[in-house]
Design a protein. Structure first.
Length: 102
């Protein structure tokens, strides 16, 4: 067992230290302007018909988008259609952007 501890510890540390794909706030802003602003407004503030998304945590935004994509959330057919167009990286970028807004 002692012979395995060092390699396993090294492997675990390497995995945790490996840089993941960082979300791109600037790309999220471009995506928001192209795809989200028509309904949610330029700054994601929403209105009487569309919810505010500015200031949502990355986790909440991502979860909502994933739920639209997988059919768990069905409140809006338009939102389902728009969400299904997005890749995981695009969702991460938009989530990062909206999380910066208040």
């Amino acid at each position: 067992m002692k012979n395995l501890m060092l390699p396993l510890t090294f492997a675990a540390c390497s995995f945790l230290a490996a840089p993941g794909e960082a979300a791109d706030v600037a790309a999220g802003k471009v995506l928001a302007e192209e795809s989200c602003a028509d309904c949610h407004g330029d700054e994601g503030a929403g209105d009487d018909d569309y919810p505010a998304i500015a200031g949502l945590s990355v986790e909440k935004f991502t979860k909502a988008m994933q739920e639209y994509q997988d059919g768990t959330r069905t409140k809006s057919a338009k939102m389902t259609k728009e969400a299904k167009k997005l890749s995981a990286a695009q969702i991460a970028d938009a989530a990062a952007y909206y999380a910066t807004l208040k």
